[in-house]
Ligand binder design. Sequence first.
Ligand code: PMP
Length: 288
Amino acid sequence: MDMYSQSLHYGYAVFEGIRSYKTVSGKTRIFKPVEHFDRLRESALALNMPYPYDRDELIQATYDLLAANQLNDAYIRPLIYAPANMSFAQNTESHIVIEVWEMQPFLGEKLLRVMRSTFQRPNPKGFKIHAKAAGHYVNSILASQEAKANGFDEALLEDMNGNIAEGPGANIFFEKDGHLFTPAGGNILMGITRATVLEICKELDITVTEKICTYNELKKADAAFFCGTAAEVIGWSSIDEYEFPATWSNTISARIQSAYKQRVIEDEKTEKSIAAIQNIEKMTEIAR
Ligand code: PMP
């Protein structure tokens, strides 16, 4: 990267966080690559960055990179950055780098002690918050460091209206009386894992409500979890001084966690054949 890039000086860059897994049959499979590379494009366009890249080529390049580095369970980080330009003017070109490395679950595998952050998420009127822009992560870093400095594992941030929003790098769900709740879109990054959790809920007949959620509601919940590509699905033991009363392994949140673990290591064919079976079932129903 050029030392005079707006990306370095102003955080003007966009990126993705993707994972690949070794599937049950031993193949390397990138989880939801289309969704991630489409979001990368949308993030770049939201920031007025030129985006001359082809999605399928990027996916193929990522597979080649994983193979060249002999990685299957990996974290994948494409970053679009700006050329030399110290003004605020728009650029006529962009650069891309894709980095891959082995990474354990981002927030570990133990239940988390979470702290209500004193930092709010960026105001959607000040930032394109649906974009995964590098500069937004100064907010994430501040919140996460504050939580750790206070002896917690991770932060929970509220939005500009004081409703609960998300973690520094993950979305949140909480469980009450067998139902799940998650903050609605608008003031959060719409996570691809969040969408996967919603799909899993549908398949497992778990009811989930997307709505404005408050800190007080969270403090009456039975259980809660973070979900994100890097974090995967990870439960909480507490928020501030409130300990979640349900035993994690008995919660529907834990069922979602194991369904997610299973889903990411499925072979593509398995997924397709499940879809095919569901289609056949639908057609049989129509025929009836
Ligand atoms: N919110 C924030 C602020 C994030 O950085 C992330 C990680 N990209 C998420 C939510 C979860 O998004 P995803 O499931 O697409 O990784």
